[in-house]
Design a protein around this ligand. Sequence first.
Ligand code: SF4
Ligand code: SF4
Length: 319
Amino acid sequence: MVLKKITGRIYDIQGFSVHDGPGIRTTIFLKGCPLHCPWCHSPESQAFKKELCWMEIKCVGLEKCGLCLDKCPKDALSPGKKKISDVTKEEMQLVTINRSLCDDCGACTEVCYSKALYLCGTDYTVEEVMERLMKDAPFFEKSGGGVTVSGGEALSQPEFTIELLRECRNKGLHTALDTTGYVNYDVIKEVLPYTDLFLYDLKHMDSETHKKAAGVPNERIHENARKIAKDGGKLQVRIPVIPGFNDSKENIDAARKLCAELGDAVETVQVLPYHRLGSTKYQRLQREDPMPDCKRPSDEAIDVIVARLKSYGLNVNVH
Ligand code: SF4
Ligand code: SF4
């Protein structure tokens, strides 16, 4: 079969992933998401467009380089703050980006040899991704792993994701799809025959609270989970634990109730304690971290949630 030249916009391909489904996996992260959760640790996944990022730690400074300044057709780059170099201990001046002028054209990245400036988001054909994935196939086989398609919301690029999962299935690779569930069920129905496992977040069980935080209500998400279960799909339910937002006994009980409704379709429940690893990514995009003061929940608090879920007979793990 000749693969159609459908492209998907991808911001990362991560090999040797052990947290996105069983075994060793390669995870494909697609750009674009209909939700905007303030605890998101991949803010670069939210917009569908390609975005300019800048890593301060890699910039060698205007004294030694400054090549980017003349390259910008929009005059969006200018001298920024000064700092003492960690390496030479000399003062250096960094570059700053005026985001209201920058149109993410990427011209400056072509001259930034240290890769301080880079464009997040690359368009790949299914064929190109498959070529990359097949290099990892021996690891999948040995570990019981496979491919996970994630995002952003991978189903926001339905044509590409359907084709990619179908091709993985043709090659006999185990497939997982990490989805918000906030999509038209017709799309889910199309990927269902090629998806061994859905990684499915329950962020907050109260729809109003869900909407306030993530921008969308949760009814469609829950309804789609029920439909997946009814249509024979398998789920790993994931609960991101955000202190003060969704860690109450009532919310965990409501999540447990939905899992009970979904029955045998739920293979595992994964508890995901909030972490701060995404905070530097907000800096790279020069966006404010929406939750600068939120801390990782304590191990004791996570233990209580896990015990509560386990007491209802669920197979629970913590990532
Ligand atoms: S991406 Fe384009 S517009 Fe933005 S700073 Fe770089 S060169 Fe200028
Ligand atoms: S080209 Fe890159 S390394 Fe050089 S000054 Fe610009 S951002 Fe820094």
